[in-house]
Ligand binder design. Structure first.
Ligand code: LMR
Length: 395
């Protein structure tokens, strides 16, 4: 039977990870995959995570199943973190899912159940996995204008023109904060307009919230989610704890569906549970129990928030340092946007050929569209990196 198969297309992010691992040059620099790194290039286990993990090991008495919808204390604590009371709890249905991707997948399946084969609009550009995931569940993919490579900012008028033309059968996949890959984000005033448009047209918002706390802060980064939740009757949100808790391999995520009332939320919740039962049946508990403990224990929570703040401030400082180094190396303000963007990434705007040259010549790894992970930047060696970047653009 297998002779009918051909090689599956490679994911550009994981392809780059493999290339980086195979590179034997000691000076190699990974600015590719979205994983936080400290100055030594390590992705640390966060302090509060280590403590919570030990508490689980000491206290856990069973490994029996938790239930199809997953750990309820975790889901409720994350609901409060994400929505901050912007919507009545009884309108929010939730299920646990393996990571942000699992959470997104459940929501996409839900959209397909509610509106079979319907159209979902994704931002141009977006995270490379959005489109294959949507196609995989049988939904139609369209795009909305988002990023202007000339100004390195959001094409807001074009975005609004597209959103205003949507209808109740459309779903719009938005990035809650820290847009991946561009680093260009909606302002609060722009979120207000997006929420009003969604309310007017009845299009269903699906918000991917994978980087809460990596942009401007935990509350600031959920402004969009909260505004849309307070404005619209229905909303879907996928949450990932991979980045803000550093729990990449534990696969801790939640699918949230905000419905118009309690009865409708119960129906939507039953559908999400049904999707999970027929897919992986039960979700893993270890990572989510860590998150539950951290969010509900004041001492652990304070420690986690402090470390998350340190990580966010490091990324911001890296942005400022690189922008200054690029200003010096290019003798222009062309790259000042790096300091204005927020989150883990910026599209720095060099061509795919220049990205390849940078990798081959100087062992600096960016995704082919020039997405750079700012967490991995060499804090004390920005000038050399900036000179390498400018050199390939002038070669
Ligand atoms: C990324 O965008 O690099 C991360 O979200 C990792 C992934 O799964 O693609």
């Amino acid at each position: 039977m297998f002779e009918s198969l051909t090689q599956a297309p490679a994911d550009k992010i994981f392809e780059l990870v493999a290339k980086f691992r195979a590179d034997t040059r000691p000076e190699k620099l990974d600015l590719g995959i979205g994983v936080y790194k400290d100055q030594a290039g390590n992705t640390p286990v966060m302090r509060a995570v280590r403590r919570a993990e030990q508490m689980i090991l000491d206290a856990q008495t069973t490994k029996t199943y938790v239930g199809v919808a997953g750990n309820p204390g975790f889901r409720d604590a994350v609901r409060d973190l994400v929505f901050g009371g912007a919507v009545a709890n009884e309108r929010v249905a939730s299920v646990q899912a393996p990571g942000g991707t699992g959470a997104l997948w459940v929501l996409m399946k839900l959209v397909d159940r509610a509106n079979s084969g319907g159209r979902v609009l994704i931002s141009d550009p977006t995270w490379p996995n959005h489109e294959p995931m949507l196609e995989g569940v049988g939904l139609k993919v369209d795009t909305y204008p988002y990023f202007d490579p000339a100004t390195r900012s959001v094409r807001f008028d074009a975005l609004m023109a597209k959103l205003d033309g949507l209808g109740p059968n459309d779903t719009v996949l938005l990035h809650g904060c820290c847009h991946n890959p561009t680093g260009a984000n909606l302002t609060e005033a722009q979120w207000d307009q997006v929420a009003s448009s969604l309310r007017r047209t009845g299009a269903l918002p699906l918000i991917d919230l994978a980087y809460q706390g990596f942009g401007d802060g935990l509350d600031a980064d959920s402004y969009g989610v909260r505004k849309v939740a307070a404005t619209c009757d229905e909303l879907l949100v996928s949450f990932s704890a991979s980045k803000n808790f550093g729990l990449y391999r534990e696969r801790a995520g939640v699918s949230f569906a905000v419905a118009r009332d309690k009865a409708s939320a119960a129906i939507v919740g039953s559908q999400m549970g049904n999707i999970i039962r027929a897919a992986w049946s039960q979700s893993p508990d270890h990572g989510v129990e860590i998150v539950r403990l951290i969010l509900t224990d004041p001492d652990l929570r304070a420690d986690w928030e402090a470390e998350l703040t340190e990580m966010r401030e490091t990324m911001l400082d890296n942005r400022k340092r690189l922008a200054a180094a690029l200003r010096k190396a290019s003798n222009s303000d062309e790259y000042d946007f790096v300091a204005e963007h927020r989150g883990m990434f910026s599209l720095i705007g060099i061509s795919p050929e220049e990205v390849t040259a940078l990798r081959e010549k100087d062992a600096v790894y960016l995704i082919g569209d020039s997405r750079m992970n700012v967490a991995g930047l060499p804090r004390d060696d920005m000038d050399a990196l900036a000179e390498s970047i400018i050199a390939v653009t002038r070669a």
